[in-house]
Design a protein around this ligand. Structure first.
Ligand code: MF3
Ligand code: CO
Ligand code: CO
Length: 269
């Protein structure tokens, strides 16, 4: 473990913001989050095995709910701040926080994000993937790939003692190069004994700014990449689901990541 106070002192002298002490996890906490993340990955694997055209988003919810319980976990979304289901399913122009229902049927050409979060032994693991349903058009396939590659690029440049805003800097830069845009209003987050902890993880920003990331932190990175405009709005009926303003498609992938002294580790994907 790092000497937290010494590190804070060092970066304070450089005028660089540091994480608060509660952002630094103990070995025991890391192991707990790692286990929750492992279970969460298994739940997403189960979705991957069964997802197909003709299925409803409620069917996905059933798969996620049952698999999570079978593995001894609790689906974190269920009743989280009033969220009514066990998973988020966001199709096409839905950016995130789509609510599964019995009337939304997956059709050939749809792209869908399935965002799973598992509570296991009091710890949270959070990850999401995109799925291409049947034959999708070239732009949809490219959008999904660029979103994945942007996340992988951010992960590969993430290091202990790197700066928080570099994550967003590399993501938005990469996405713009490919002609797409990044949603600003929703970000990644710390994760551990709670679903959403500090810090807010921006998916855009200026290079070499923001707090320094200390070993022992666990964060998610989960960029939402839009085909057209980056602007979004919230469903006024359910107060959850986020849509692209222009109706263009949106893609998102999410990892839970441990920032270790010797490098970073994906705890759920
Ligand atoms: N899993 C989402 C995230 O990555 C949060 C979903 S909140 C819910 O942060 F209530 F909609 F499930
Ligand atoms: Co998250
Ligand atoms: Co999530």
């Amino acid at each position: 473990m790092i000497n937290y106070d010494e590190m804070v002192e060092k970066y304070k002298k450089l005028g660089i913001k540091t994480p608060t002490k509660n952002m630094i996890k103990t070995k025991e906490e890391i192991d707990g989050i790692r286990e929750a993340g492992r279970i969460n990955t298994l739940v997403l694997d189960e979705v991957a095995k069964h997802i197909k055209a003709g299925m409803t988003t409620d069917d996905i919810n059933t798969i996620v709910h049952n698999k999570t319980i079978e593995l001894g976990g609790i689906p974190a979304p269920l009743n989280y701040e009033g969220f009514p289901k066990s998973v988020c399913t966001s199709i096409n122009d839905q950016v995130c926080h789509g609510i599964p229902d019995k009337k939304t049927v997956l059709r050939d050409g749809d792209i869908i994000n399935v965002d799973c979060t598992t509570i296991y032994n009091g710890y949270y693991g959070d990850a999401s993937r995109m799925f291409l349903i049947g034959e999708c058009d070239e732009v949809s396939k490219d959008l999904v790939k660029v979103a994945k590659d942007a996340l992988d690029l951010a992960f590969s440049t993430l290091k202990p003692y790197s700066r928080l805003r570099n994550i967003g800097y590399v993501i938005e830069n990469y996405v713009k190069e490919h002609g797409y845009s990044v949603v600003h209003e929703i970000g990644g987050h710390g994760v551990g004994k709670e679903f959403h902890e500090d810090p807010f993880v921006y998916h855009y920003g200026k290079k070499d700014t923001g707090m320094v990331l200390f070993p022992g932190m666990v964060i998610t990175i989960e960029p939402m990449v839009n085909e057209g405009s980056r602007y979004v709005y919230m469903d006024a009926d359910n107060n959850w689901t986020i849509y692209t303003e222009d109706g263009g498609y949106s893609a998102q992938w999410e990892y839970t990541i441990y920032i270790g002294e010797d490098g970073c580790e994906i705890l759920s994907h």
